[in-house]
Design a protein around this ligand. Structure first.
Ligand SMILES: Cc1ncc(COP(=O)(O)O)c(C=O)c1O
Length: 634
């Protein structure tokens, strides 16, 4: 039976073996390096944290899960490369925006060291922190996003310090700034071009793909860029082609088709004489949040191995057909690297039960409808479930109307509510034991789910669940050997009616109620919300580390002239970095050491070092948004 209970939460389907039920019924995490060792219990962890004064809700990051995913992705590409006689390596990068926390980035850099795993920066603040991370030699630092001149200068000069920065051109105007900066500095950048694929992928993020996507150059703009770079004598700089396939792509066929199209661009650009070496396919590798292994918004119909072999096979086939050397393959997988590694653990504070187990008898003077309602249980049989439900709803409505009109008093309507809950409880019991109950009845009964209040904020911790109905697995952390007798929605402690979760990943699909145990007096009841490592930690207010904007208050004065009355400066790069656990001074010192090494090795002269450090310092103290040159120097 315990297995059945564990499986009713679908844990065996979505957890990829990283979570397991323990003998005592607790949920534990499995060490991926020693899968046969006993799991480590999560309730035990929470008690140990509690004793140290670290209380729920707590976001738990598991380093070993992060390492597992980085190793798995690199191993899957290595396997596909070998199996297909592919002649170039895979060099993945982690897109910082997916989880910018210093702790996470540092571990990714550490675990990715053997694979020359790099980083992707989508904004100036992200570049500033990436530059301070001492990536392994050969690892890529891909710079996406709209770049101002300062951003571009950093990207060009950092190459001199041995950092493999590639500036991906996102628009025709950006190309002009890059050419101007390169000429001014007398240094050549490594460039990429972001192309717009015409194929749209399916899923929640379909809009980031296809030719209506807001990013990337149209085919005509790509051809113009080639001419522009050739005219500027900079065509040799264009070494990377970037195309973002989308995010959480549900269907493997979409990936194959998008890669196929990206290859057509690549081989054609090579034909035009562009010396491309890297094919960057962006993000898209999905996570099976529901464990259903099907092509739907929260699931995927492929494995990581299939994703990698589909890419390698497709690229090899296309390159061989066009007689083009195999490019180094790059992906910017974010979600697949970090989603598993974080979970939000909390506890239930209270429960509102929407039924009642003990019967209640109406009083002598009560309206007859109370007795009529109480009598429903006498004719409750599997065939008459719907009728009983209708009757109970009818009596309750009538009695509530009588209360509103002043016919019955508050104690009487309170008794009526209790009788109703008792009848509903018996109907729920019978439904639980009856196969083939009409969907309509289940639907109606779902209005009477319990409400369990958990100590967390949906808006702070799970913004995608609130905003785009992302599904994440949720399960109790204890009593997994005891059948849960309640069905509940989870409510958070914000005073917002949206602050609830009412869609759950279950063993047999998606349900609108979480099977959950009745609370026991004096005992804490913990729950876990899993696979929240990607996008959830800082998405709410610091996407890409763009901070607060400048704020001004203006008003008309007595003469009717509009005047500035108050001004609040927006965040600087160092301020947003501090909010995701970086110490800006340490970043500056770390970057200084990297740059000085470049000077020692003769790659950069002292005056270039001064300019690079000055630009870095200016960026740290500057605004997080695009700055025009006169602003950065103002
Ligand atoms: C340019 C780029 N690269 C990579 C990613 C990461 O995608 P995913 O988390 O699906 O791997 C994104 C996210 O949308 C992106 O916009």
């Amino acid at each position: 039976m315990s297995d059945e209970i564990f499986q009713s939460y679908g844990i065996h389907r979505w957890s990829q073996g990283m979570f397991a039920r323990m003998e005592n019924g607790d949920l534990g995490i499995v060490n991926p390096a020693r899968p046969d060792a006993p799991p480590a219990g999560l309730p035990e962890l929470l008690h140990a944290l509690d004793a140290r004064g670290i209380h729920t809700p707590v976001l738990v990051r598991v380093g070993a899960f992060l390492r597992r995913q980085i190793e798995a992705l690199n191993a899957a590409f290595a396997k596909a490369i070998e199996a297909n006689d592919y002649n170039a390596p895979y060099r993945g990068v982690f897109p910082i925006k997916v989880n910018q926390q210093a702790e996470v980035i540092d571990r990714i850099v550490e675990y990715g060291q053997p694979f020359q795993f790099g980083l992707e920066a989508g904004s100036k603040p992200e570049l500033i922190l990436a530059l301070s991370r001492d990536l392994p030699k050969g690892a890529l630092l891909i710079c996406n996003g709209i770049k101002d001149a300062e951003f571009i200068r950093l990207g060009i000069l950092a190459r001199k310090a041995g950092i493999n920065c590639v500036l991906v051109i996102e628009s025709p105007a950006e190309a002009d700034t890059v050419i101007a900066e390169a000429k001014r500095l007398g240094e050549m950048p490594a460039l990429g071009v972001r192309i717009k694929l015409t194929r749209r992928v399916t899923g929640n993020w379909a809009d980031s793909s296809g030719d209506r996507s807001t990013f990337g150059l149209t085919t005509k703009e790509v051809v113009d860029l080639v001419d522009k770079l050739r005219d500027a004598d900079m065509l040799d700089c264009l070494v990377l082609q970037h195309a973002h396939l989308g995010s959480q792509v549900p269907q493997v066929i979409d990936i194959r088709q998008a890669v196929d199209e990206a290859c057509r661009f690549y081989t054609e650009l090579r034909r035009l004489g562009v010396p491309l070496q890297y094919l960057d396919l962006g993000g898209g590798l999905g996570i099976d949040y529901t464990g259903e292994a099907r092509a739907s918004e929260n699931s995927i119909n492929y494995t990581m191995d299939e994703y990698c072999s589909n890419i390698v096979e497709t690229v090899k086939y296309q390159m061989d057909a066009a007689e083009v050397p195999h490019p180094t393959l790059v992906t910017e997988s974010g979600r697949a690297i970090v989603a598993y590694s974080s979970m939000l653990l909390s506890d239930i504070l209270e429960a509102s039960y929407f039924d009642r187990s003990a019967p209640i008898t109406p009083e002598e003077d009560d309206h007859h409808m109370l007795s009529d309602m109480a009598a429903i249980v006498e004719y409750l049989t599997p065939r008459r479930i719907q009728e009983c439900l209708n009757d109970a709803e009818y009596y309750r409505e009538e009695l509530r109307a009588m209360f509103r009109r002043g016919v019955i008093g508050i104690e009487e309507v309170a008794r009526a509510e209790q009788i109703f809950l008792y009848v509903i409880g018996r109907i729920k019991d019978l439904v639980a034991q009856t196969p083939d109950v009409p969907a309509e009845v289940r639907e109606e009964l779902s209005a009477h789910r319990d409400i369990y209040r958990a100590n967390f904020s949906l808006f702070q911790s799970l913004p995608d669940v609130w905003a785009i109905d992302q599904l994440v697995p949720i399960a109790p952390l204890q009593r997994l050997n005891e059948r849960p007798t309640r069905r509940a929605v989870l409510s958070d402690i914000t005073c917002d009616s949206d602050g609830k979760i009412d869609q759950f990943v279950l063993g047999d699909g998606i349900g609108n109620a979480l099977p959950i145990h009745e609370l026991q007096h004096g005992e804490r009841y913990f729950i876990g919300i899993f696979l929240v490592g990607a996008y959830q930690e800082t998405l709410g207010d610091l996407h890409n580390l763009f901070g607060d904007t400048n704020v001004v208050t203006v008003d008309f004065n007595e003469d009717g002239v509009l005047e500035l009355q108050n001004e609040v400066e927006g965040d600087t790069v160092s301020e947003v970095m501090a909010s995701v656990e970086y110490e800006p001074k340490q970043c500056l010192d770390a970057f200084k050491r990297i740059v000085e090494r470049g000077v020692r090795e003769g790659a950069l002269n002292p005056s270039q070092r001064r300019m690079l450090m000055q630009t870095y310092r200016d960026s740290l103290n500057g605004y997080t948004y695009y700055e025009h040159e006169e602003q950065t120097h103002g």
